[in-house]
Ligand binder design. Structure first.
Ligand code: DC
Length: 228
């Protein structure tokens, strides 16, 4: 089998990583992998299995249950999209709400959780060429990725985009709550001990505060074409 290729798309939350990563994957005929969905699925499992007590994560309880967590992606013919399965159940929608968003950073800090998910991510790349988005894809999971991007945008702009998205889904939430969640996640993601969010030295920085989706796609595709 020929060598597979990896495009890493890392960056802050709500910078539109998944939208552009999906589009690039479709264009390149690569498989798209949303690594954040994997951390969200583990968080959903942790919430369902009472691993949070008064909002605090009981780490050892979760670590002891890790072998009971099976995560895979499957193409769903109804929605024509790839969806994430947690122990064979489609949790694609369930992991996107504020409850999971408010707890996921604590789960993503746990080294044992990261080890399990990184191993799964590497297995995926041994089978298919991938566009994978996340926080540590270029820095830790695939330090030799063929192309690495690091996405950023102002916190205000990111909160505005996310607020609009949640409103459209009918979640009752204020802009301020979304803004605070984003700031809190930035702070935890960048300061955690294991695999903090950092821009890999060889990553291409994309600040999309003032870029349209089209402009951003073209810039990224151009960088990829120079390498692949
Ligand atoms: O991309 P997202 O917002 O759906 O990610 C959810 C959380 O998972 C985010 O707060 C950080 C964490 N995450 C991570 O630590 N490493 C990754 N590769 C992807 C996500």
């Amino acid at each position: 089998m020929s060598k597979t290729q990896v495009i890493a798309v890392d960056g802050y939350s709500s910078t539109g990583k998944s939208t552009v990563a999906k589009r690039l994957a479709k264009h390149l005929k690569f498989v798209y992998v949303d690594s954040g969905a994997m951390y969200r699925a583990v968080t959903f499992f942790a919430l369902q299995n009472q691993c949070f007590e008064h909002k605090k994560l009981n780490r050892s309880k979760l670590i002891n249950l890790l072998d009971d967590i099976d995560i895979e992606f499957k193409f769903d013919h109804n929605s024509q999209k790839s969806v994430i399965l947690l122990n064979q159940n489609n949790v694609e929608e369930a992991i996107r709400g504020m409850q999971v968003s408010n707890h996921v950073s604590y789960v993503a800090e746990v080294q044992e959780v990261r080890q399990k998910l990184v191993e799964l991510q590497r297995q995926m790349a041994s089978k298919h060429s991938l566009v994978m988005d996340g926080r540590d894809i270029g820095s830790v999971v695939f330090p030799n990725a063929d192309v690495k991007f690091f996405m950023t945008a102002s916190a205000e702009e990111r909160a505005r985009r996310r607020f609009k998205e949640l409103q459209q889904k009918g979640e009752s939430i204020t802009y301020d709550e979304v803004y605070q969640n984003i700031q809190k996640r930035d702070q935890i993601d960048t300061s955690r001990q294991h695999s903090p969010l950092i821009q890999a030295e060889d990553a291409i920085l994309i600040d999309n505060t003032n870029l349209s989706q089209e402009e951003q796609f073209e810039v990224m595709l151009d960088s990829i074409s120079q390498v692949l």
